[in-house]
Design a protein around this ligand. Structure first.
Ligand SMILES: NC(=O)c1ccc[n+]([C@@H]2O[C@H](COP(=O)([O-])OP(=O)(O)OC[C@H]3O[C@@H](n4cnc5c(N)ncnc54)[C@H](O)[C@@H]3O)[C@@H](O)[C@H]2O)c1
Ligand SMILES: [Zn+2]
Ligand SMILES: [Zn+2]
Length: 342
């Protein structure tokens, strides 16, 4: 089968032939239909310090996918051949304290497909059947392929109560925009999003965010004034990884405000902890998706009318992977997906 492979420790990827994965007991084989390109894939392609210390070549990359189950291994009862699925790319150990308590997203031994284990940028991917999310309702393979980042957004946006709240989202990348849409759908009063890319801000506005602003030209105080807000933001969703954005968020929260932080700073950062203390702010780190409560929430959000398809702005065939990666790297559009159907 064709697969996008990191052949050796160094920059670049290769579209090449590899064996179709064997299906072991408890596993299922999925014929991949569509895949999403994530920031993690860009790190692995470029082979930066993070990739060099976390990824071992050779490796089939990619973790965001949709597809159809074509084979099941021994003792698999939870998925069937023909099921339309997305995949939870974090494989948990099942044995640590958190796993055994049902808090699998907090597993201390997590391994990721497309990072430590062969992934989904391929015609077929094999994984434990329990990591597959079966779509019970009709869904496009494109939207199903972005359930992983959609899940990051849902996990973050639904961490704190949303109903009636004024919400600040910093970072209008695909996940920031998705989080803003989820916040709106979950009953937030005002949703403000910030980014340095005007193109991304335009996309966010088109997709229903109340106010999209570029901190280079407008301040968060302008947002307060324009929306008639009196006391600061109730909920902050940090989706940029930028120290400047986090500091601005901390300064514009109401007393008792809550910040859910998904954005991953690349270095240590300093913040004004006196404000955190005096204003009694909560800052909670968010990783991945809750297994599988976030997945349930994603499916029912779509069934209750949330349409996230507009976040997908660029579509390529897998043979055009170089262009697809370059588009994702440009940082001006929404989600980039690659097709693996023949
Ligand atoms: N914790 C997790 O499990 C997890 C999972 C996936 C992604 N992430 C992280 O979440 C973040 C969002 O993911 P994404 O794929 O949407 O990323 P992305 O890089 O596409 O988007 C980040 C956006 O932040 C914007 N930005 C940079 N500086 C800013 C500033 N000062 N103010 C406002 N916006 C600013 C950038 O212009 C960019 O559009 C990234 O930091 C990513 O590394 C975390
Ligand atoms: Zn991802
Ligand atoms: Zn575990």
């Amino acid at each position: 089968m064709k697969a996008l492979v990191k052949r050796t420790a160094g920059p670049g990827l290769e579209l090449t032939d590899v064996d179709v994965p064997q299906v072991g007991p408890g596993e299922a084989l999925v014929q991949v239909k569509q895949t999403g390109i994530c920031g993690t894939d860009l790190h692995i392609e470029a082979w930066d310090d993070w990739a060099a210390s976390h990824v071992r070549a050779p490796l089939v990359v990619g973790h965001e996918f949709s597809g159809v189950v074509v084979e099941i291994g021994e003792s698999v009862t939870d998925v069937s051949v023909g099921d339309v699925v997305s995949g939870e790319g974090h494989l948990t150990c099942g044995r640590c304290r958190n796993c055994r308590a049902g808090r699998r997203h907090l597993c201390i031994n997590t391994r990721g497909i497309g990072v430590q284990i062969d992934g989904a940028f391929a015609e077929y991917v094999a994984m434990p059947s329990g990591n597959l999310w079966v779509h019970e309702h009709p869904i496009g393979f494109d939207v199903a392929a972005i359930f992983d980042p959609f899940g990051n957004a849902v996990h973050t946006a639904l961490t704190f109560p949303m109903l009636g709240e004024d919400v600040l989202v910093t970072g209008a990348g695909p996940i920031g925009i998705l989080a803003a849409m989820v916040s709106h759908h979950a009953g937030a009063r005002n949703v403000v999003i910030t980014d340095l890319s005007d193109q991304r801000l335009e996309l966010a506005s088109r997709l229903g965010v109340d106010l999209a602003l570029n901190p280079r030209t407008r301040t968060l105080q302008d947002a307060h004034d324009q929306l008639g807000m009196k006391e600061g933001f109730d909920v902050g969703l940090e989706m940029s990884g930028s120290p400047v954005a986090l500091r601005g968020m901390i300064a514009s929260m109401t007393h008792g405000g809550r910040i859910a932080m998904l954005g991953l700073p690349s270095d240590e950062i300093s913040i004004d902890f006196a404000t955190v203390v005096l204003n009694m702010l909560t800052i909670k780190g968010i990783y991945g998706r809750e297994m599988f409560e976030t997945w349930y929430a994603m499916s029912v959000l779509l069934q209750s009318g949330l349409d996230i398809s507009g976040v997908i702005t660029d579509r390529f065939d897998h043979t055009e992977y170089e262009q697809a990666f370059a588009t994702a790297r440009s940082g001006h559009g929404g989600k980039v997906i690659m097709n693996w159907e023949k």
